[in-house]
Design a protein around this ligand. Structure first.
Ligand code: ACO
Length: 401
């Protein structure tokens, strides 16, 4: 599209589209999404096939560089990431300054911004090599920060994982290993985690990704653009929904398990309560990720021999919503986060860490979108507005007001 010609042709007309419901912000070759038919593809590969056959690091490479890596490319990518996984000791001091009760999303966004101070060259991304280095650093250090945010809350010492392990297994070790204990993990746990991360890896121009692109469009560096994305993801209408879902399911359980009562609350327009994990800006039939996750939740709980009563409450709510005209008319279906919390919980991940897990999964998507935006030399993001305030008035000194 020739933007200059378009601007000339519209004669400076400004469109107003609150929430950007019908406004495209960019052209992108990364993720294809068809909300009516429930289709999601990364770089042309279906989410179903990737979740079934790929691993998270392969998907990260695919999203960022556009093609599935060869064996050699994947090995080099992983080894470059391993080499950059060290986080400066002074970052530990910053983490130390947070209260133990701090929400890990706030901690993570702060530490991700702070990384710039220790990697000042990461803001120079004009050459392919500089861009690659910034990307590898981000992918290497973020899992460490995420695990540290958890370890601080859990009162565990901060250290590193084991370079001989895969990216996701190493993250799991960094999260959970205890001093003076041999670490081992069931392959089923790592596989489930891997799948969840893949399902969250990109979702075109959602709130946090648009934030990353718009912050990056001012040529702020990768780390601070990602930090902004983390903050956008934190809200309960976006990534924070996964924490909110499990809290809601727990509340329903504590209240005696009457799902109907909560459905009515969600339908009551005087009540701000919404059914968390339901609805999506784009998916208007079903969320393909939710389908995969629901099946996975069943499998993981069975494999680990866990019986979680909130899974039954979740299934009950879904069934009731599918038969309720309020939800049917508004095309409100479970989204990716409706069942993810149940799996996270089965894997021993505490509730406050659910949204950081989403951030870890979304990281490759954010990076890919930021890279695309920079490489396409997109202009600074700067929407217009329709002014609805006062006309010109004269200033009155304070004693005359
Ligand atoms: N419970 C009850 N009613 C809902 C819900 C819900 N979860 N979601 C939407 N509605 C209703 C709205 O009240 C509105 O009704 P109305 O037409 O009578 O006024 C109608 O459905 C349309 O809703 P909007 O808010 O206009 O839809 P929008 O596209 O702006 O919002 C969103 C989408 C934010 C996901 C919304 O559905 C929601 O708040 N869901 C709950 C939070 C959630 O699960 N967020 C995670 C999203 S997925 C993700 O980020 C990974």
């Amino acid at each position: 599209i020739d933007i200059k010609a378009l601007r000339g042709a519209t004669g400076g007309v400004t469109t107003l589209d609150p929430g950007y419901k019908n406004t495209g912000s960019c052209e992108s070759a990364i993720t294809f999404l068809n909300g009516e038919e429930g289709i999601l593809r990364y770089r042309g590969y279906s989410i179903e096939e990737l979740a079934d056959k790929a691993d998270f690091l392969e998907v990260a490479y695919l999203l960022i560089f556009g093609e599935l890596p060869t064996k050699e490319e994947l090995a080099k990518f992983h080894s470059d990431i391993r080499e950059q996984s060290h986080v400066d000791d002074d970052v530990k001091k910053i983490l130390d300054g947070f209260p133990k009760s701090a929400h890990p999303m706030g901690v993570l966004s702060s530490l991700t911004s702070a990384l710039v101070a220790f990697n000042p060259s990461s803001v120079n991304v004009d050459s392919e090599e500089e861009m690659y280095n910034a990307i590898v650093r981000m992918l290497a250090k973020f899992p460490v920060l995420t695990a540290w945010a958890h370890r601080k809350r859990a009162g565990l010492p901060l250290d590193y994982g084991d370079d001989s392990l895969g990216y996701v297994e190493n993250f799991h070790k960094m999260m959970f290993h205890k001093p003076n204990q041999n670490y081992s993990v069931d392959k089923k746990v790592v596989d489930a985690l891997d799948k969840l991360l893949i399902l969250h890896a990109d979702h075109e121009q959602n709130c946090s990704t648009s934030t990353v692109r718009i912050v990056g469009s001012s040529h702020a560096g990768l780390f601070v653009s990602i930090s902004a994305g983390i903050n956008a993801l934190w809200g309960p209408l976006h990534g924070g929904a996964n924490q909110a879902v499990i809290e809601m399911l727990e509340a329903i359980k504590e209240d005696g398990g009457d799902t109907h009562k909560f459905m009515n609350k969600a339908k009551d327009k005087e009540d701000p309560f919404r059914l968390m994990g339901f609805g999506h800006r784009v998916y208007k039939n079903f969320d393909p990720r939710a389908k995969i996750i629901k099946k996975s939740a069943d499998e993981v709980l069975t494999a680990l021999g866990i019986e979680d009563p909130v899974l039954d409450i979740a299934k009950g709510l879904e069934k009731e919503a599918l038969e309720d005209s309020y939800f049917v008319d508004r095309k409100l279906y479970p989204n990716v986060d409706f069942y993810s919390g149940i799996i996270y919980r089965a894997l021993g991940i505490p509730v406050e860490m659910f949204t950081p897990m989403f951030a870890l999964g979304r990281l490759p998507g954010w990076i890919a979108q930021w890279k695309e935006m920079r490489q396409r030399k997109e202009p600074i993001g700067r929407p217009r507005q329709v002014y609805i305030g006062e006309n010109l008035r004269s200033f009155k000194p304070v004693e005359k007001r």
